[in-house]
Design a protein around this ligand. Structure first.
Ligand code: 5GP
Ligand code: MN
Length: 329
């Protein structure tokens, strides 16, 4: 599937003709998901639009400092919209119940995303795989709209850049990315506050979880792996299946080119989180398992039990490790 050129003018025309707009993002939202949702919500409200923003479960507590977060709906069960904008989601399932309801009750869908695995659902596409974050695409779109970057717009947009580049450290960061970050800081967004809140903070229960999960750490060739079991989560007092970012820590091992964490879900399925060093691609593995993502960070949910999932995924990752070579430009 070839990704079409971004339809800036068409997207702007549809927004300007619309009265009621629904914005949705992906389930289990990260900083780019919520950053995109709130950055665009605040900008379009300043443009005089009636905007509903929704994500299943609402805004996670560590992002509730973002301006406008208290207006985000945790579910949509009624309403009709002229336009729905899907943000940072590579497929419709990722948009959860909010996205599925919204698409049925919206006349036009604009798909704004930076995942190379985007399946091109919707009607108008602002899909830019080179963008480091969906919020970077929104910067370009807002410029096309002549929409000013005010403080309530800047803070969420910078949060997306910081999250998806892990603090401007990923290999896709360009000088122009820092230029966008500069504009957002000039509008008043604090890089220090955002970094502290979204990257450098975790509940103590995450450390407890790592204590248990680290028992399973293993290096096979250049693939480092670990598992998070339901028992680990229970002992740490954590309700939903997460690795709390452990996969990125594992990848820091000098010998590892690819890292994977297998998370046992309450229903027995297994969620995998994949990370790779520059020059290695884990997006294709995730995509072929029904998930998606980026070369350096991807994921999927596959049938369990844990051991069967490991046996299925490990050879694929060994292959991806063989096909890559470390590139540090
Ligand atoms: P994480 O390991 O942080 O859960 O996910 C890393 C990245 O992989 C996400 O930012 C997202 O791009 C992608 N990803 C994770 N799980 C899924 C999934 O189930 N489906 C799709 N399409 N992408 C996923
Ligand atoms: Mn993103």
């Amino acid at each position: 599937m070839t990704i079409p050129d971004p339809q800036w003018a068409e997207a702007t025309r549809v927004i300007d003709a619309a009265e009621r707009i629904l914005l949705v993002t992906h389930i289990d939202p990260d900083g780019d998901a919520i950053g995109s949702l709130l950055g665009l919500t605040n900008a379009l409200r300043e443009r005089g639009k009636t905007v509903d923003a929704a994500v299943d479960g609402g805004v996670p507590s560590f992002m509730q400092f973002l301006p406008g977060s208290q207006t985000v709906l945790q579910a949509v069960m009624k309403g009709e919209w002229d336009v729905m904008v899907s943000l940072d989601a590579s497929d419709e399932v990722r948009t959860g119940q909010c996205g599925i309801y919204g698409r049925k009750h919206s006349k036009v869908v604009i798909n704004v995303d930076h995942h190379p695995t985007n399946i091109l659902f919707g009607d108008i596409f602002l899909v830019v795989p080179e963008a480091v974050a969906t919020t970077e695409i929104l910067m370009a779109w807002l410029r096309d709209m002549n929409q000013p970057i005010t403080y309530p717009v800047a803070v969420p947009l910078l949060t997306g850049l910081v999250t998806d580049t892990r603090g401007f450290r990923t290999s896709n960061v360009r000088a122009s990315t820092l230029g966008e970050a500069q504009r957002l800081m000039e509008a008043g967004a604090s890089l220090t506050e955002i970094t502290l809140r979204v990257l450098d903070s975790m509940p103590y229960s995450t450390l407890e979880l790592w204590k248990y999960a680290m028992q399973s750490v293993e290096l096979t060739g250049t693939v480092v792996s670990a598992a998070v079991t339901q028992q680990d989560l229970k002992r740490a007092g954590i309700a939903d299946a997460t690795d709390g970012g452990l996969v990125s820590i594992l990848l820091q091992a000098n010998q590892a080119m690819i890292a994977v964490v297998y998370k046992e879900l309450a229903n027995g399925s297994v969620e995998i989180s994949l990370r790779s060093k520059p020059g290695f691609d884990v997006a294709q593995t995730a995509f072929s398992l029904g998930g998606g993502g980026h070369k350096q960070a991807s994921g999927a949910t596959i049938p369990g039990p844990l051991e069967a999932a490991r046996e299925r995924v490990m050879p694929m990752l060994q292959q991806a490790a063989k096909e890559g070579a470390l590139v540090i430009a």
